[in-house]
Ligand binder design. Sequence first.
Ligand code: NAP
Length: 320
Amino acid sequence: MTPAAALDGMLDRTIVAGYSRFGYDIRRRGWPAGDPRPNALAGATVLVTGANSGIGKATAAGAAALGAAVLMVVRSPRRGESARRDLLAETPGAELVVDSCDVSDLVEVRSFATNLVVRQPRIDAVIHNAGVMPEHRAETDQGHELALATHVLGPLLLTELLLPALAAAPDPRVVLVSSGGMYTQALPTADVEYRGGDYRGAVAYARSKRIQVALAPILASRWAENGVTVAAMHPGWADTAGLAQSLPGFRRLTRPLLRTAEQAADTAVWLVATAARLPSGRFWHDRAARPTHYLPTTRYTDGELERVWRYCADAAGLEP
Ligand SMILES: NC(=O)c1ccc[n+]([C@@H]2O[C@H](COP(=O)([O-])OP(=O)(O)OC[C@H]3O[C@@H](n4cnc5c(N)ncnc54)[C@H](OP(=O)(O)O)[C@@H]3O)[C@@H](O)[C@H]2O)c1
């Protein structure tokens, strides 16, 4: 192992150093210059969910700066338009389209995606960034726990329905924005919808983020025939409206250490823009594939993973 790789791995394990802006600053020194190359996404269409705020907005900006046409998928057209104006001021002439869809609502996702593939027959990348940490247990109209629906079920169905458009791209990529918080949680094999026990939003959030990472290899196999590369990633800790609202105490304590949204978005943008061939189904942070477990308590068997996958695929309404 090179000294740089050893330092990088150590940063990951210390968490505070790795997830903070210091981790980003140290690691970026080892990244090759010119990757992604300027205009790497010229001619490409990149869809970003939750693109009106925080990391999603910075991801949309990063993709647009590399020449992509960006579909900004938001649940509030007003907030979407306001973000679009900001991004146009940053990158005049950028091709930015605001589209409305609540990704936790499977009926809305189905109708949105069915229309989108008609008007947008080629989509090069989908970045599932929309995220939520519910204060109380809430269910969508289809009866699914909100964090699960937002982070797992909606993204599964949306990607599946967009496969014809993804397959029309030369090197399609799908990114699931997870969280380092997932390291703390095991797969909720017996209670995917978090019906039992005291509901804690941070736990629901981290469990659903664990599911994203656990399913990535299965999705990589499922979508391989469409040429899709799947990547889960985590952005580190970033000072966003979402963090301020969900974890105000944590933000107060860690504020000087937090990344900017742009720093947190870097890996998601890199994953869709780098010319490098990436292995599909891995978990990434700061442009490197990372372990998916640090605690022995989070390990699961193939059977447990299969059970969670079956549950999510059925709940999202995927064809077997
Ligand atoms: N900030 C961090 O330190 C951190 C750390 C680890 C992981 N992450 C992940 O990074 C992603 C972005 O987080 P952020 O910190 O940038 O938070 P944020 O500022 O709250 O942004 C979240 C975005 O998701 C949108 N959204 C939420 N539910 C949605 C739904 N059902 N349909 C469509 N859009 C929806 C929000 O829209 P509205 O504006 O309409 O609410 C907002 O645009 C999330 O997946 C989060 O879990 C963040």
